[in-house]
Write a protein that binds this ligand. Sequence first.
Ligand code: PMP
Length: 363
Amino acid sequence: MTQPKPQPGILDIAPYKGGEGAIMGVDRVYKLSSNESPLGASPRAKEAYRKLADELHRYPDGAADALRKGIARHFGLPAENIICSNGSDEMISLICAAYCGPGDEVLFSQHGFLMYPIAAMARGATPVKAAEKNWTTDVDALLAAVTPKTKIVFVANPNNPTGSYITAAELRRLREGLPAGVLLVVDAAYAEYVSRNDYSHGAELVAERDDTVMLRTFSKIFGLGALRLGWTYAPENVVAVLNRVRGPFNVNAAAQAAGVAALEDVTWLDRARSHNDTELPRVTAALNALGLNVLPSVGNFVLIRFPGGAQQAQAADAALRKRGLILRAMGAYGLAEALRLTIGTADENDLVIAALGDFLNKG
Ligand code: PMP
């Protein structure tokens, strides 16, 4: 039978593979593959989620009004410039749907988040990679890669999977070096974890301009990955465009209710942040002491580079899996010599450190 023909570019997409959560034949697994919070969601968010069961027959508020107001209050931003989405993944797709098409280029850095090329190609646009320096976004390389076809530039700050970041000054230099009107998307999914004074998630640039947006998510420090909830701070013209392309009820009611409650639980957020502040340097130091090359990270994950290259990384992955420890292989990011580890509970982190110690001693 004749098959329907997808749009050009779609069959060239390498489908996104999420972090695995199970291993055949292993009962007890430790999922450290998707940068989820080891503390889970706030008890208040869980309660709000449970309470929603009695309202399942109702459509959600299509404008996500209470949630946008909650975000505005929590982050000190104007509610009318906030737009919510079904995870920030959806917003990456919506931005591409609205701002690029066949013949256009979408620019991002060498080891940038995989959803950027996927969303660009789904719209027939051409993804363009700019080389990184020292596993960090290189502003000069991005600026050098700009052509008249460039419509969108995605920068994850901090970047996943490298854990590196660029300073507020560098981000501003990027923005000012890009042609006005080229949409700069600062994807700050891990912003809440960063404790550096010279870091910026880009909100100040959004406030100043018509062509810059900041993406955020509830999937990481807020621990609501299952509900799919992201939000974007954008200038009025971009909000008006995105409101035209999103689904009318793109954020489900459970996500809205849990999101509002999670924002109110500042104590829970502080706990998640301080857990990471303790465990991130501890894990980094312990793994480096084993002779591994752990990139300095400002997020809730580390990229572990193996001195023996891709082969050793693969063997380490297999050894970890035998103990139920699931990290993320990085071949799809051009980093086959590395595994990405999400910072887990102290016990989970100890298991990884011990397993890699044993692996290296035997290896
Ligand atoms: N951006 C970056 C940089 C990420 O690492 C992720 C999660 N892997 C996302 C966006 C997507 O997050 P969400 O769960 O909100 O779709």
